[in-house]
Design a protein around this ligand. Sequence first.
Ligand code: SF4
Length: 244
Amino acid sequence: MSGDSRDRSHEFDRLNAEFERLDAADIVRWAVSAFDPDVAVSSSFGADSAVMLHLCTQVKPDILVVAVDTGFLFPETIAFRAELTRRLGLNLRVYRPTIEREAFLEEYGKLWRSNPDACCAMNKREPFERAKRELQLRCWMTGIRREQSFTRREAKIVLRDYDGLVKVCPIATWRARDVHEYMKKHDLPYHPLRDSGFLSIGCQPEEGYCTTRVKPGEDPRSGRWAGFDKTECGLHKFESGGGI
Ligand code: SF4
């Protein structure tokens, strides 16, 4: 490790120590003041996505919101995306795969059954990597929380991501009850499928694949890619120790 990168890693250590004690809104304020206008928040428009979108738009109403539409989302997610966009006045950019759904199905079939990593790489990761490049981002914020899964348990609040961007997770320390209280305080809606047991919501290309219901007491993300040794779509990479 060069002296330069060691210095920067110490800088991230210092920020993380400070951010563990800060309010999420103050962390968002730091990211916006440090990187505006090259900062965005990503959103899956999942179970409790309204929290991050509200936090970020309170700090910067026209902050870029980046979403990936794989072509295999629940219709309820598309409707929820439209509802939150209208309600919060989001500056939303939706990125889609280069290959459309029907052409994908013709060429690869039900790839999520045989090779979900490859399916996510084409339908999720590529559009998101393209978004970061085209929007010339230097920083992106995301609503991942440590409580959501074993792999996220040690997620850092701020880190230099694998592609050189600064990644900020302002609500990494939040528990489900913090989310719930924030939702209640600001009268924000959960995703409509959350009440039927979908606690983490991504694609559902067919019943029983990629997103399934979670049993009481299980990790919220245990319903993602059930039956596969896969817990992330690839947008979030976690090294042992939980970050970079
Ligand atoms: S979540 Fe499933 S359908 Fe969506 S991109 Fe990944 S493997 Fe494909």
